[in-house]
Design a protein around this ligand. Structure first.
Ligand SMILES: *[C@@H]1O[C@H](CO)[C@@H](O)[C@H](O)[C@H]1NC(C)=O
Length: 756
């Protein structure tokens, strides 16, 4: 049965309307039967001038679809004021992004959520949703939440429909998603969770858009815990999803099997080494998926890119979002991943017509050797798999030796029209997830060479920020309260920084007085403690995402040692947010900063806490109103330098080495490059995984590299941010200085053969 989603609307468009339909085995788009092999690419993680080349590479990689979230916080930065810009240089220009995808012939899966996860701050939910609507519980039956997400859904589809981007007007959008991985966190909401899922599924499937494109709701269970609503298509996310197909088939026999997020790598946190997922393992996961009946598979990500500015999620995720995927952060092909997967996609497209109409016939030959076969007329396609992890080959039909943890695709001729196993002859291997490594490009890696002709002058100190004092209480630019106030309530997330300052009268000199409070950790842990304007202690613990479910405070108790002198001491605590938690239930509980009384040597400080919001110089090109004296610790300094632009910058791929600069934030000509931090990965736990030898279930800890090294040293500089003529200004805010001399270098980013 072919379920058809039909709609031919009266749309003024030159492109012809087309239909999107599917059954349990295939997609029919504009009359063409096809499997869909896609990849995720988030528009704000590259600059618009880079989008066309990345789409072309996706196409060259053999993908026919792109998947993106629509980031609510970009499109409704202020409550009730939608922002869908048409400026061709604005990374929030969703319409242009989708038009560029269409130009190279890629379909689009638009994930409107609007909750995105995506290692994006607050999961893409605007922070005003929690700071201005404190009673609202996200992702529940809450009236205000439902109203806001429905409005956002309406608005987004109004924008893309008006731009002619829906299939019904010849555009590239062939499917939509509501919610996102809710099944993973549904347990946290009790029975209300299922009621909410049903409500949003009903909303989307009653929306006019559902007459045009299918509605997907990924990771909504299927035999494990939660039950997906029947009116939306459930989909699977993970490193492997082939074992999910059977459950999905049983509960939804007419639905296609969709693997919405196959993770070809993983993201990285500060203090972690670099994750790598072997290409042969990614290929194995994909081959197994199609072997067992999948018809849609999407890489999350195809291109990861960069979390520029303050948009990275948390806690403690680095600025690069390379994700170890086939098209790296700089737009280069990462090998052998790119070529091994391109060959796989070509092999799958070449046999898909044999696979469209039947369920696979599965058989085994011993414990680890499995065959899935498909027949059509005189053609047969066999997926020969070795799911063993012991290094032993599987032998099939006396002629195919399949290495462990790999799948080969074999084609042949069938002399019988009764499809059954064993009737395939003249068999030939067209692809193997390990055997094709021989034909793949040689492994390569990113290399950074000094950009000889882009010489950044010496860094000059523009200004040193004065540490606030308790006397600031008299100023009308601060907020004084008896006890500390939560950071997001003060900032609306418009800045990373809040100062908590108070005066403490110490009965005696002491070298190790104890400062105690609860610190909310949804934005990571970044604290600096000053006494009388001098840095005395820092807390840079990388706290992991413990659950906000059990602990609605989501805070950690800190006990910090500071020296005090007898009598009056001004104590200033600088709290820094590092990107808000983006995963888990109850994101409206995201909190940052000090969330308890502050105690010194066991006594509550209630003489009034002076809250100073933001960092002096921030957002005003580093103009500091109150310049502090030089501190020996070199903290809280704005550095600047200028340099002439190279003429050929548009043709270059460059980054900046900030490894000597400690921790802070960097700007090129006013564009926020991202947060930087000289945080090192631990010395242990790295392991180079050989593509051929790799066996067994992947997890991000398995094949990391870069132990003992900085989690990130080079930060991408999009060429469009340079002034092509005249001077360029680099501005760096250093919260805490690095070791050694402060210097930066611009580097050319190239690829070179890797050692493997
Ligand atoms: C099953 O395994 C045996 C021994 O490894 C091999 O000789 C035979 O060809 C295999 N059978 C099939 C159908 O592949």
């Amino acid at each position: 049965m072919l379920l058809s989603i039909v709609s031919v609307l009266f749309v003024l468009s030159l492109a012809a309307a087309y239909e999107v339909s599917f059954d349990n085995r295939r997609w029919v788009i504009d009359g063409q039967e096809t499997f869909l092999i896609g990849g995720s690419f988030h528009y704000p993680r590259a600059t618009p001038d880079e989008w066309p080349a990345i789409f072309s590479e996706m196409k060259a990689n053999g993908l026919n679809l792109i998947q993106t979230y629509v980031f609510w916080d970009l499109h409704e930065p202020t409550e009730g004021e939608y922002n869908f810009p048409d400026d061709p240089k604005d990374p929030a220009n969703l319409v242009l992004f989708l038009q560029e995808a269409q130009k190279v012939g890629l379909y689009v899966h638009l994930r409107v959520g609007p909750y995105a996860c995506a290692e994006w701050s607050n999961g893409g939910i605007p922070v005003w949703m929690e700071t201005h609507h404190k009673e609202t519980i996200f992702r529940t039956d809450d009236d205000f939440w439902l109203q806001k997400i429905e409005d956002f859904w309406d608005k987004t589809f109004e924008v893309v429909s008006n731009a002619g981007l829906m299939a019904s007007s010849g555009g590239p959008i062939v499917m939509a998603q509501i919610e996102n991985e809710y099944g993973n966190i549904e347990y946290g909401y009790g029975s209300g969770g299922a009621a909410y899922v049903k409500k949003v599924a009903d909303f989307a499937t009653n929306h006019p858009i559902s007459k045009e494109v299918p509605i997907i709701m990924c990771q909504q269970g299927e035999g494990v815990g939660t039950t997906p609503p029947e009116n939306v298509i459930n989909a699977c996310n993970g490193y492997y999803c082939d074992n999910w197909i059977e459950r999905h088939s049983a509960s939804n026999p007419s639905h296609p099997h969709m693997f919405t997020e196959n993770w070809p790598g993983w993201f990285q946190k500060w203090g972690e080494a670099v994750p790598h997922r072997p290409a042969s393992d990614v290929a194995f996961s994909v081959a197994r998926w199609f072997a067992k009946g999948g018809s849609f598979m999407n890489y999350y990500m195809a291109f990861g890119g960069t979390s520029f500015g303050r948009k990275v999620g948390g806690p403690n995720i680095i600025t690069s979002y390379d994700y170890d995927v086939a098209i790296n952060e700089y737009g280069y092909r990462a090998e052998p991943k790119f070529s091994l997967l391109t060959m796989l996609h070509e092999a799958i497209y070449s046999v898909q017509d044999v696979m469209f109409t039947m369920e696979p016939i599965s058989s085994t030959n011993g414990t680890n050797c499995e065959i899935q076969s498909y027949y059509k007329e005189d053609k047969c396609v066999l997926f020969l798999s070795n799911i063993g992890v012991d290094g032993e080959d599987c032998e099939f039909y006396g002629e195919f030796k399949i290495p462990s943890w790999s799948t080969s695709i074999v084609v042949g001729t069938s002399n019988t029209h009764n499809a059954h196993d064993g009737q395939c002859s003249g068999m030939e291997e067209i692809y193997g997830t390990k055997t094709s490594l021989e034909e793949a490009e040689q492994p390569n890696m990113v290399a950074y060479g000094a950009a000889e002709d882009i010489v950044v002058g010496e860094l000059a100190i523009k200004s040193t920020v004065a540490v606030p004092t308790s006397k600031d209480a008299a100023s009308d630019t601060v907020i004084v309260n008896e006890s500390p106030l939560e950071q997001l309530t003060l900032t609306d997330d418009s800045t990373d920084y809040v100062w908590y300052t108070f005066n403490y009268d110490s009965p005696a000199d002491s070298t190790s007085s104890v400062l105690e409070f609860e610190l909310a950790t949804s934005g990571g842990v970044g604290l600096m403690v000053f006494v009388d304007g001098e840095l005395k202690n820092t807390e840079r613990a990388v706290s992991d995402s413990t659950s906000q479910l059990e602990d609605s405070n989501y805070a950690t108790h800190l006990s910090i040692s500071i020296p005090l002198k007898e009598g009056s001491n001004d104590i200033s605590i600088l709290s820094t947010s590092m990107g808000l938690k983006n995963y888990g239930p109850y994101l409206e509980r995201n909190r940052v900063g000090i969330v308890s009384d502050i105690l010194v040597d066991g006594k509550v400080c209630d003489s009034g806490i002076v809250h100073t919001v933001g960092m002096d110089g921030e957002g005003r090109a580093g103009v500091v109103k109150r310049v502090g004296g030089e501190r020996s610790d070199k903290s809280l300094i704005w550095y600047t330098t200028t340099f002439p632009s190279p003429a050929d910058i548009a043709d270059r791929v460059v980054g900046i080495d900030l490894s000597a600069m400690g921790k802070g934030a960097a700007y090129l000509n006013g564009n926020h490059i991202g947060r930087f931090w000289d945080m090192k990965a631990g010395d242990e736990g790295c392991n180079i995984c050989d593509e051929m030898e790799y066996n067994g279930q992947y997890e991000a800890a398995r094949c990391r590299t870069g132990c003992g090294e900085l989690s990130q040293t080079i930060y991408k500089l999009p060429s469009i941010w340079f002034n092509k003529e005249g001077e360029n200004e680099l501005l760096l805010f250093v919260e805490e200085a690095g070791e050694g001399d402060m210097e930066v270098k611009i580097v050319d980013v190239k690829m070179e053969p890797s050692a493997q």
